[in-house]
Design a protein around this ligand. Sequence first.
Ligand code: NAP
Length: 239
Amino acid sequence: MSSLQGRVVVVLGGGSGIGLEVARRATAAGALVRLGGRTGDKLRAAAAELGPTVTWQAVDTTDQESLAEFFGALDRVDHLFTPAASYTVGPMRNLTDAEAESPFVTKFWGQYHAVKHAAPKLSDDASVVLMSGVASVRPPAAAPAYVACNAAIEGLGRGLAVELAPVRVNVVSPGTIDGNLWAGRPAAAREASFAQYRADTLLHRVGRESEVADAVLYLFTSTYTTGSTLYPDGGYSFR
Ligand SMILES: NC(=O)c1ccc[n+]([C@@H]2O[C@H](COP(=O)([O-])OP(=O)(O)OC[C@H]3O[C@@H](n4cnc5c(N)ncnc54)[C@H](OP(=O)(O)O)[C@@H]3O)[C@@H](O)[C@H]2O)c1
């Protein structure tokens, strides 16, 4: 395993949730962390909590000019994690076209363009971790565009691993995680989804943001791992 001491770690979507948890762990391991996200106040508060080795800059991953400014301000990137996304999930029959396309717009193309703008700044031994979701291989409910988007992200990780080598590119694909994202959804829907997940997964519980962060730190530092997708999902994907 390589060390994160003194390494530049960029987390897009680092102001909350899984991204913030990764920033916490990377900071504790001695990294110099740069947070990105759309809301300056959230990033400022996160950086204040984490300490002087953490800086931030507002960025919208759906806007390539914004991404160019964000990465233009950095000398180098040693590790990049890109969980930034905001989208609507649901059945084809219920969603507008704009809602159905939103996972691809923010989660797929947002990550693709983030890596494109980061690429000139990636060091030779850098690594990239893309964010997917286990719905890619086991859809919990009708949400075909969201399912397809996550499957596409896992393919994108393999494709980028080929193009960017020796830079390593991997994907983390979590199960249902009790954290910031679900806290913002209606309580009844959250409890119903959590109950179904507990019944359907081998470990009979939902996951924690810290457990996904552990997987991301492993992918950052595991020097012979590239093109892989890791599923911190309690065994949901194959049961
Ligand atoms: N939690 C789960 O159960 C779960 C399971 C599987 C996969 N995931 C994936 O994990 C990712 C992150 O989820 P999370 O649980 O950590 O929730 P979260 O707290 O909502 O994290 C998303 C972060 O991304 C930022 N963001 C959203 N759109 C952005 C954009 N266009 N440009 C820049 N930043 C943007 C948000 O901040 P601003 O709004 O301030 O920009 C927020 O800080 C999502 O892609 C989700 O699909 C989550």
